[in-house]
Ligand binder design. Structure first.
Ligand code: PNS
Length: 163
């Protein structure tokens, strides 16, 4: 079985992410979306909401699973029996960061291949940080995220907040 991991913070999932997930799911038998939990970084949405948004937005794709992981991505991939990491690429500005991570992961785990999927043109400007900014400042972010993710972000934003 050809298993791929699609890792990210997904804080939150965007339409660009979903496009990469749908395309990766056509290439591999199983795609595991790995939601990275980084204890030192305070996310916009807690992992529980990020995972719920991904699960709700990918119900139409049969061979996709969603899990969170802590620690190194290569260890998560090894534990899941994955031989491939999928990452999306938008513009050249993504390249330096992606190159660095891919090279580090290859050094750590030479058999694990990183594959890049180019994002669709219409999503090339999209990023989780743009969604966060628009959502937090009360703008309409519905065209940036899948419908199910929009509902979950709105639910999260309606919760009482302690600053
Ligand atoms: O898309 P993002 O938010 O930049 O995702 C980053 C992520 C989660 C893929 C990356 O930070 C990661 O792989 N974290 C796990 C820790 C790790 O393996 N680091 C080594 C790579 S240099």
């Amino acid at each position: 079985m050809r298993i791929a991991i699609y890792p990210g913070s997904f804080d939150p999932l965007t339409r660009g992410h979903l496009d990469v997930i749908e395309r990766a799911a056509r290439q591999y038998d199983k795609v595991i979306i790995g939601v990275g939990i980084n204890g030192s970084k305070k996310p916009f949405m807690p992992a529980e909401f990020r995972l719920r948004a991904i699960v709700a937005s990918t119900v139409h794709i049969a061979n996709v699973e969603t899990e969170s992981f802590e620690g190194l991505l290569i260890h998560f991939a090894r534990d899941k029996g994955a031989k491939v990491i999928v990452r999306g690429l938008r513009a050249t500005s993504d390249f330096d960061y992606e190159f660095q991570i891919a090279m580090a992961n290859r050094r750590l785990s030479p058999d694990l291949e990183t594959i890049f999927l180019m994002t669709k043109w219409e999503h090339s400007f999209l990023s989780s940080s743009v969604v966060r900014e628009v959502a937090l400042l009360g703008g309409d972010f519905s065209s940036f995220v899948p419908e199910a993710t929009h509902s979950i972000i709105s639910e999260f934003l309606s919760l009482p907040r302690i600053n």
